[in-house]
Design a protein around this ligand. Structure first.
Ligand SMILES: NC(=O)c1ccc[n+]([C@@H]2O[C@H](COP(=O)([O-])OP(=O)(O)OC[C@H]3O[C@@H](n4cnc5c(N)ncnc54)[C@H](O)[C@@H]3O)[C@@H](O)[C@H]2O)c1
Length: 250
């Protein structure tokens, strides 16, 4: 047991669930935070040392209450993984303000609010924040005006956190996953998008949840004790490439 507690948002499925599974296996107590009561209830019982906390991370009162409940459960928070996210793809002209705000509320406001609510606990543990952005926050593409912009903002928010919180011994880093076949991705990835990703990725395949969880878990751990303010793309090489890759393939 490492006697540490990790709070993971969006833990009911996908990358968040894989991270909860990995971190409980490595001895963390894990506070699994999600707004989907049914999905979270269905998975939390399979994990030792995990507890479910129902919360919409975009609502300030809920995040504050949830962090208090987590502290009542474990007494400490060592790691915060801001993973909860939603995707809504569409052309700029058709992205109305309601859609824009909905994406920003979870993807950006949620990261700000949960991190802020955990600050005094993180100061006590000299803890770590790992924010989950996306390759869509590193490189622009069509249809991602709200999603891509929210994720680019999460990258900058991470740098702000690293700059300001380092003096308390708190580290803040960011993981930018490439495409993973989760519910979120499959709702917005058409066959054209899937084919385009395969073309653009040096590894020529989607990632899986556990590959992203390994990157998150590393940045959260003491193995990364001198790493802060970094953006780690776990993306099959997507960010590294420019034009020409598909032409070189047989
Ligand atoms: N899957 C991909 O291809 C991919 C690529 C890049 C980045 N990401 C990012 O990884 C993160 C996890 O995505 P995933 O693919 O596992 O998605 P997913 O849809 O499988 O899981 C997301 C979880 O977040 C929860 N959630 C959403 N909004 C919430 C809110 N406001 N409050 C509390 N919980 C909320 C959902 O209920 C769900 O359980 C997201 O931030 C996403 O943007 C995913």
């Amino acid at each position: 047991m490492n006697h540490k507690t990790a709070l993971i948002t969006g833990a009911a499925r996908g990358i968040g669930l894989a991270t909860a599974q990995l971190m409980t296996a490595r001895g963390y107590k894990v506070a699994m935070v999600d707004r989907d009561v049914d999905e979270l209830n269905a998975v939390v019982t399979n994990l030792d040392q995990a507890e479910a906390f129902f919360c919409d991370v975009s609502v300030p009162e809920e995040t504050a209450k949830t962090v208090k409940s987590v502290l009542a459960w474990t007494g400490q928070i060592d790691v915060v993984v801001n993973n909860a996210g939603i995707a809504d793809f569409g052309p700029i002209e058709e992205t109305d303000f309601v859609c824009w705000r909905r994406v920003m509320a979870t993807n950006l406001d949620g990261v700000f609010l949960v991190s802020q609510a955990c600050l005094s606990a993180l100061k006590q543990t000299k803890g770590a924040i790992v924010n989950i952005a996306s390759i869509s926050g590193l490189r622009a593409s069509t249809l991602r005006v709200a999603y891509g912009t929210s994720k680019a903002a999460v990258i900058q928010l991470t740098l702000q956190q690293a700059a300001e919180l380092g003096e308390y011994g708190i580290r803040a880093n960011c993981v930018c996953p490439g495409p993973v076949r989760t519910k979120l991705a499959m709702a917005v990835h058409t066959q054209d998008i899937i084919d385009a990703y395969h073309d653009a990725l040096p590894l020529n395949r989607y990632g899986n949840e556990s590959e992203i969880a390994e990157a998150i878990s590393f940045l959260a751990s003491d193995k990364a004790s001198y790493i802060t303010g970094q953006v780690l793309a776990a993306d099959g090489g997507f960010e590294a490439t420019g034009v020409g890759l598909p032409a070189l393939r047989k």
